[in-house]
Structures are given as structure tokens and as C-alpha cells.
Design a protein around this ligand. Sequence first.
Ligand SMILES: N[C@@H](CCC(=O)N[C@@H](CS)C(=O)NCC(=O)O)C(=O)O
Length: 312
Amino acid sequence: MTTRPQFPDEQSKSGQFERQEDAFRYFISSDGSTPFPAEAGRYHLYISLACPWASRTLIALKVKGLEEFIGFTVVDPVRDDRGWAFRDGPGYSHDPINGFAFLSEAYVASDPGYRGRVTVPVLWDKLSKRIVNNSEDDICRMFNDEFTSHANNTDLFPSSIRDEQEELSRFIYGTVNNGVYKAGFATEQNAYASACIQLFKSLDFLEERLSKNRYLFGPGIVEADWRLFCTLIRFDAVYHGHFKCNIRRIKDYSNLHGYLLDLYQQPGMAETVNFEHIKRHYYMTHEEINPNRIVPIGPLEDFTAPHCREKL
Ligand SMILES: N[C@@H](CCC(=O)N[C@@H](CS)C(=O)NCC(=O)O)C(=O)O
């Protein structure tokens, strides 16, 4: 039996979830080589604190010290059939830049014929009044490389590990970040099982890798770490139950769990995590998976506990 898919246009015949491509891929440049120069105060980020992809851009913004130069607005975590909306509530707000009621207005303003899914994150250009980019990978890269006159010199993409980081990031994206969605949005038992098994194989591999090094590439935190963090922090609260990724919890992995606490305790990072938004979003928005929209109370977790990773 095939169940109803969350996104019918992104479902293969064998029940696999196949994510749409990001639609807007313009680049901001520090040297004026593109129509979008890296000017302070010109760009604005629309995000959801529930979303792992969007949260990664907020993390990059903070890690690079760009908050003063690029503002951000958080959408209502609960999405209905009108898509992401701007409303005032705890941790989210109306849109102070354009007064949009729905994020779809930003997509239509940028491409009146846009027919795809309206997703976060969105990087908006206040001057040309359009979306520059809605790919979190591109946005993190631009924050790291292009705002050279404004950002600090933390390097999330060191050139010394360029190829290895790209390879590991692809692997984390395919089997972990998107792996939980492939399991959760599968509409056939086999599609679910293969995504779930691959996900845990990858977690086992990362657990082993993190037994030797404090972070994925040694003593310094890079983009691949934040990419993994965004899935790990949501794992026990939503992916384990809601997406049925329940072979183990992150709590059951000693290295991954310590690593997760360590990253959470980095300056400013706890502010990027909002479990109210995370749990309400997933459990209340995906009605195909959770029709009664009940949001679980647990799990009880203390991300401020000692992580004991300094010794590595
Ligand atoms: N850009 C990301 C995907 C971004 C994304 O799917 N964000 C979700 C939130 S977690 C979203 O906005 N979904 C809106 C929708 O499904 O209608 C990618 O290519 O992997």
C-alpha cells in the first residue's frame, strides 16, 4: 500500500522523497563582479528557526559576526496550506522589511511565474527588491567569503581541507540532513527502510570519526560541523519519533552526543535553537504524518551538561 505523500511532485514511483532544486542562485560579490555587491544593510534573511537548512544560515551569520550588517526575520513555525507566514508571536514576527504576510510574496515578486515550493532560507535584496538566493549552501558560502570588509576572519571553509570538506558535506547532506527527510517522507516501506538504515550507517561512521577528533576536521569548527549540528540538535526531539528514525537516539552515541553539546555551547549558538518552534513546526505542519497534530511533551534534554570533549 502507498500512503499519501507530503509533496506529491517530489515523490518517485517507488515512494522515495526527491527534493526540488533551489530556484534562486544569484551571487553576492565582494569585488562588484556580480549585480549584488556585498554592502552593509542591503540584504535581509528570512528564516524559520524550525528549519535545519535555514538555521545553518543563521549560524553562519552569527559565527561570521554579520548580524549588524544583515538583518533577519523569523517566520511563524506552523505552516498551513498558504505556506510560511509572517505573524507576531514568541520568537517570530511580522515582516519589517516588505510587510509581506506570506513568504510566497517574496517568491512571486522575484519570479511572477514561480511554481515550486516556497522554502526558507531566503536572502532578500532590499535595493532591487528580489530574492538573491534561496540555497543555504550558497548563502553560507557568501557569508564566509564575500563580506570581507564586515565579517570576522573565522574561516568555515579552509582551503587546506577544501576537497575533503566538500566530499564529507555531500555525504552528510545526502544521508543525514536529507536522510531524515527521505525516511520521514517515504511512502513505501522499502523506501523508508533503506533511507533509515543508510542514515544510521552514516551516524555510526561519524561516531567513529568523532572518537579521534573533537570536530570533523580536527580542532577547528568548519561548515560541515554546523551542517551536521543542525540535524543532530533536532534528532531526538523530532526525527526519532516523527520521522521514525528510531534505531538509536543521538543520546545513545557517546561521541556524537558530546559533540552536539559542545557545538550547542559555542557562543551565541543556543540562541539559534528553539525547541518550541522545532517541535510545533514538524508535528503540526506535516499532517500526512501526524494527522492529530499533537506535539509531544518530551524528551527531557539538557544541552548545557558538560561535554568532556576538550581532551580530544
Ligand atoms: N534549500 C534546501 C531546502 C529548504 C527547505 O526545504 N526548507 C523547508 C523547511 S525545513 C521549507 O521551507 N519547506 C516549505 C514547504 O515545504 O512548503 C535544500 O535544497 O535542501
